[in-house]
Design a protein around this ligand. Sequence first.
Ligand code: TXA
Ligand code: MG
Length: 333
Amino acid sequence: MSGFWACTTSIFNTVSNSNIQQAVTILRQGGLVAFPTETVYGLGADATNPTAIARIFAAKGRPVDHPVIVHIGSVEQLKDWAREVNPIAQQLAQHFWPGPLTLILPRAPQVSLLLTGGQETIGIRIPRHPIAQELLQAFGKGVAAPSANRFGHVSPTLASHVQQELGDTVDYIIDGGACELGIESTIVDCTSARPRILRPGSITASQINVVIELASITDTAMPRVSGALESHYAPQTPLQIVDAAELNTVVAKLLPQGKKIAVLARQPAFVVEPNLVWIMMSADPNRYSHDLYAQLRAVDALQCGVIIVEAVSMQENWYAINDRLQKAATKRK
Ligand code: TXA
Ligand code: MG
């Protein structure tokens, strides 16, 4: 069944019904379907089929104790996955779904421990991307979907990223163009009385606090120190974050070493050199996150000695970007 490649290069509204039907057939047969969401591309499988779930872990090279998010098409399906949906979770779901928010809830008894990494909780999300919605409605059941990359690599924001990274281990890729947001969903643990953000995303702590009370804004939403972080979302090339004021000095010191250097900056290049690839990033956090993973992949392919990233603002709407940059800067073990 491998090698289906839905090569629709344009945006989602040109994806036809027959693409969706084909994807649904493959899911029903236990196959893997990569599909676009508003955050990143997901690697989907029937969340009730243990063999299909095992194929996700094999394709990604993901450790079995890493839980996978279940994507559903409607709130009515929540009861199939969560034993209990407390008022906090209900309010968050009502306010932010469909959208880039994953809720961690107690798993329903029938939910496979393969999905939850052996834990008693399950991550659930209703994405808002029209193709994801169409697929989930047509399939009618939960779709388990981690980001469609090899474990620890940068998440894919284009269908071509999925194909380059996972190749024939995916049975079908639905091409919906570039993902709107470009970084993974905000994850909120709703299993205790004081909910916490486990992973920052484009929905911020302040936005969540308008709806419910989080355990603590500073504790849950600030980027954590990079030394304490597992390497994740990382390019192969070493990545270093440098303050704006130091950027030119650091680059100027590295250039004579003769290695190619990539720079992701918000200021223009101070010098033009054959060994220097200078990418101008946006000053707008939405645009920055939209572009970040695609740019990291592009510069990673250039086999540079190092990727230098100009540090970004510490304001709240940059938290999720800071979190991903710090993870990318953490050395792989
Ligand atoms: O935006 C997203 O969330 C994308 C799209 C495809 O929906 N998905 C995604 O999945 O980023 P993944 O597997 O790459 O990242 C999910 C994260 C993992 O770090 C996992 O450990 C955490 O969510 N997670 C999943 N279920 C969990 C649970 N029950 N408890 C705690 N963390 C959980
Ligand atoms: Mg991932």
